[in-house]
Structure formats: C-alpha cells, structure tokens
Design a protein around this ligand. Structure first.
Ligand SMILES: Nc1ncnc2c1ncn2[C@@H]1O[C@H](COP(=O)(O)OP(=O)(O)OP(=O)(O)O)[C@@H](O)[C@H]1O
Length: 256
C-alpha cells in the first residue's frame, strides 16, 4: 500500500521577529504513523504545530497538508487538535460530556441546536471510541484529569479526522490514567486507522509507545523508526541525557 503524505515540512525556517526558533526543519508525517515529536522546553514544538495548522507562516520553506500546499488547503476537519491546556477545566464548568463533544461539530454544522440524528450519532460514536459513554451527562468539571482528556480527544474525533495532533496530553495526569491513555492511542492508531502526532518533552514515556520519533531542538536531530532511535540511543548513551543533549547540541546527535 502506498501511504499518503499527510504533512510535509520542507526546509522550514522561522523566527519570532529576530528570535530564530526553527531552522531548516524537514519532517514528513505519513498515513498510519504514530509519531512522537520530542524536544526540551522552548525547542519549537508548539511553533512547529502552528505551522502545520496554518496559524503561522514560515519565513522560508514550504508546508504541504494532505499533499496540498497549505495556502490552498481547505479540508481542515481532516485534522483534529487537542491542546496542552485541554484538561484543566475547573470543577463546576457547566457543560456535560455530550455538550463538550458536540462542540467539535460546530465547524461542520454551525449551531448545534440544529443537530440532526446523524450528528448525534457522530457524537455518541466519538464518546464510545474513548470509552466515556457512562459519563455522557456528567459535568466536564467534575471528571478527573484523565477523563477530561478523553473527552477532549472525543471532541477532536467527532468530525472524524484522519490526523490527530496531541500537544503534551499527559501533563498533569496520574500514572495509571497515563497508561490507559496510551492504550487508547494505540486503539485509535491500530484499530481505527488514525494517524497520530504526539508532542512531548518526556522522551522516556513516549518512546515506549510510538512507532516513529522526531527529536526537535531548533532543527530535527533525529527522525526515524522507534527501533532505530532505541538502537542509537543506547550507543550514544542518549537515555537519561536526552534533554541535556538536545539542549546543548547545535550540530546534531552525533556530537553527544
Ligand atoms: N508568540 C511568540 N513571540 C515570541 N517568542 C515566542 C512566541 N511563542 C514562542 N516563542 C519563543 O519561541 C521559542 C519556541 O517556543 P515553542 O513554544 O514553540 O517551544 P516548545 O518546544 O513548544 O516549548 P514548551 O515545551 O515549553 O511548550 C521559545 O523560546 C519561546 O519563548
């Protein structure tokens, strides 16, 4: 099977004013990938995501989404995004799980008071996919961080995207929920065929789960299969030194 290129970053350079953030970044996300993008704080991960979502324009280089130049790309519901802050709802926030997930359809149907049977079924399906049907009419603010995270994933899934981008999704979630969260991601990737991009600064936890790894610190220092990463990591004593290495290496991982 030929796998489509979902996102292609081609020699991207970007600066906020005079502050260079990304330099000559090339990266491809292919259909079916479960890619972990790792890098220390401030390495440019969020900036890179904004570029993929068309929120920022590169100073140099080109971005293609689903094999189309990003400037002419229109099918934004093929991409779902779950932000870092998604799971910090205060208790008492007056919206149920059902309502929060319905909000994921705004782009498609305008106001959700006009939701048709088909749309309601899409909402139920997304909630089922994250295993939260038992909480349908609970207030989002009353749920645990891990449960809230599932609801926000359902909200991103409701428009049936092909690519799901998750920005630091496990921050502030307890260890047990993190384990079941990764299981959910495996199910989405393997069984539902979703392509996943997972952003994290926690290289250890993530590389146990993803199929491919990209290490970012201003530029891409490694991009390949998880096994290749693991092999290199041992040889270079990468493990445990990753943040140090990524923070101080300007010439690439071979200088560790
Ligand atoms: N709007 C902005 N204007 C100016 N500088 C910015 C802006 N947003 C981010 N930066 C700077 O750009 C650099 C990269 O930021 P970015 O948020 O992309 O990194 P990150 O890898 O996502 O970091 P973190 O893991 O802390 O979220 C940082 O030095 C940051 O301070």
């Amino acid at each position: 099977m030929i796998r489509e290129n979902y996102v292609t970053l081609d020699h991207i350079t970007f600066a906020y004013g005079r502050r260079p953030v990304l330099s000559d970044v090339s990266l491809t996300i292919k259909q079916g990938d479960f890619l972990g993008l790792v890098g220390p704080n401030g390495s440019g991960k969020s900036t890179l995501i904004k570029m993929m979502l068309g929120l920022l324009q590169p100073n140099d280089g080109a971005v293609r989404v689903f094999d189309e130049p990003i400037d002419s790309f229109q099918q934004w519901d093929r991409i779902g995004y779950v932000s870092q802050k998604a799971n910090s709802f205060s208790s008492g926030f007056p919206a149920t799980v059902y309502e929060v997930v319905s909000m994921g359809l705004f782009g498609k149907i305008g106001l959700f008071r006009f939701m048709k049977k088909k749309h309601k079924e899409m909402v139920y399906r997304a909630i089922e996919q994250v295993d939260m049907m038992d909480y349908l009419y609970e207030n989002i603010g009353e749920l645990s961080g891990g449960q809230q995270q599932r609801v926000f994933i359902a909200r991103a899934l409701v428009s049936e995207p092909d690519l799901l981008i998750l920005d630091e999704p496990t921050v502030g979630i307890d260890a047990k929920s993190v384990a079941s969260f990764y299981e959910l991601l495996h199910t989405l990737n393997r069984d539902l065929g979703k392509t996943l991009l997972l952003i994290s600064h926690d290289i250890g936890a993530m590389t146990d789960h993803v199929n491919k790894v990209a290490c970012l610190n201003r530029t891409i220092h490694f991009h390949g299969k998880t096994e290749e990463f693991a092999a290199k990591k041992n040889k270079l004593d990468f493990y445990g030194h990753d943040v140090h290495l990524l923070t101080h290496s300007h010439e690439g991982v071979h200088h560790a």
